[in-house]
Design a protein. Structure first.
Ligand code: ZN
Length: 457
């Protein structure tokens, strides 16, 4: 029989009790390693690309302490630090991706309506680890239930990039985030049944000013660092053809107003020129895809300092490589022709270009993320591409203002005070950017927050 005076011990009480008794020293190494602060690391002799300035600098050592870069200079020393001799290697900032879907590792219908949601989480955990092993230390996620994964990674339990999550897509009925495949289907609006796309954190379907305001507030309540709007059709959408413009200007303005009240911003999936124009008039600060924006719209993007967050790999592929068949093929080819013009227009207008990939689908698609580096070479130099993927994206992430989760120092740069997120590359990616497409061979050290996740030296 239990003694009623004996309180039940919570797990916290047990651990506190163990510490009081001096038992922690006897705990398994893995548990202690988790709690221990990262050791200091001194990297000697690498040629450094700092993310901001073109070219490499030599003759400096880099000291990383407590997760941050604490000093850069010649002949550094630090007592007790792990020393890495990086002579002949190139140090670059950890890579960033401004358009991931880190939870999306299967057909979206499967993830929303089919498999147990634990499957989504388990696949995403492995996908995130592989992404870090490709050298990506921070991503801005463009939609999906990533809050739990972010928490597990930030706590150091799982390996993966830092995440700036958007959470729910905000989509209109029959919009790009309306993934319900059935046509003769009474939506939750008519039936009052909970929507699986909402319950599993993928989409809030909202129509009209009041509903989109509520949807934006809901995403912010979950911890969205920026809001993701679905503003037009796409090639692969369940219901909406590529040319369709979604949401009214009034609806977009309502979403942007909510984002601004939280000190952050909205980004939008937008292909049609009308959808881009509406977004710009509403105050959206990052246009995703945007490839059919007219010269007038590109000028508006330039004048309003809006990021052009497009993908180059998507349309570098042939229809077969993109896995398309049937009616999708002519649509894709038409889009591909238009896309090339879009890339050239964006370049001519000198837009701020984010580096993002939008890779989604089964987990074996992941390595395509690294191919984006070469897909950009017809338009940008290796230095420009690397700046996009480091300091350029980091500047875009700053638009989350007080909602930015990583504010201890700058991201995407090698400088004192910055996060200890860096890579050592075997070779010089400013000469040969294709090195980054084979990260398993070319990346010898991967460090995130001062923690070494890979070291083949
Ligand atoms: Zn996307």
């Amino acid at each position: 029989m239990k003694n009623p005076a004996q309180p039940y011990l919570s797990r916290r009480n047990l651990l506190t009790g163990a510490a009081a008794l001096g038992l922690t020293a006897a705990m398994p190494g893995a548990l202690r390693a988790q709690a221990a602060p990262p050791t200091a690391t001194l990297i000697r002799g690498a040629a450094i690309f700092d993310g901001r300035n073109p070219g490499l600098s030599t003759g400096s050592d880099v000291l990383i302490e407590n997760g941050m870069i604490s000093a850069i200079g010649p002949g550094l020393s630090a007592e007790g630090a792990q020393v890495i001799d990086a002579e002949g290697l190139t140090m670059i900032p950890g890579l960033t991706d401004a358009h991931t879907h880190i939870m999306w590792h299967d057909e979206i219908e499967e993830l929303i309506y089919g498999s147990p949601h634990e499957y989504t989480g388990a696949m995403a955990a492995e996908g995130a680890r592989r992404m870090l092993m490709r050298g990506f230390t921070t991503v801005r996620d463009a939609g999906g239930p990533a809050f739990g994964l972010k928490r597990a990674i930030d706590s150091g339990v799982l390996a993966g990039p830092r995440i700036l999550p958007s959470g729910f897509f905000i989509s209109q009925t029959a919009g790009h985030g309306d993934f319900e495949p059935r046509l003769n289907y009474l939506s939750p609006y008519f039936t009052g049944r909970p929507d699986p796309a909402y319950l599993r954190g993928w989409t809030i379907t909202a129509d009209g000013k009041a509903e989109v305001m509520k949807a934006a507030r809901e995403a912010l309540r979950y911890g969205a660092t920026q809001i993701k709007i679905m503003g037009s059709g796409s090639i692969t959408g369940a219901h909406d053809p590529l040319d369709v413009t979604e949401f009214t200007l009034e609806e977009l303005q309502a979403i942007v107003t909510e984002a601004r009240k939280w000190g952050t911003y909205a980004k939008i999936h937008a292909y049609s020129d009308a959808s881009v124009q509406n977004a710009l008039k509403a105050g959206v600060r990052s246009v995703e895809h945007g490839l059919f924006a007219s010269e007038e719209s590109m000028q508006m993007m330039k004048d309003r300092d809006v990021y052009f967050s497009t993908q180059y790999l998507t349309y570098a592929a042939s229809p077969e490589e993109a896995g398309l068949t049937g009616e999708a093929v002519p649509k894709f080819l038409q889009a591909k022709a238009g896309a090339t013009d879009g890339y050239e227009r964006a370049k001519a207008f000198g837009l701020k270009v984010a580096w993002g990939t939008d890779i989604l689908g089964t987990i074996d698609k992941g390595p395509a993320q690294s191919l984006e580096f070469v897909a950009r070479t017809p338009y940008y130099t290796p230095t420009e591409i690397l700046m996009q993927a480091t300091s350029g994206n980091a500047e875009l992430f700053e638009r989350s203002g007080p909602r930015h989760p990583y504010t201890a120092g700058p991201l995407g740069v090698i400088e004192p005070g910055a996060y200890g997120d860096l890579l050592l590359v075997n070779g010089n990616p400013l000469d040969d950017i294709s090195l980054l497409t084979t990260p398993e061979d070319s990346l010898t050290v991967i460090m995130k927050g001062g923690v070494i996740h890979k070291n083949t030296l």
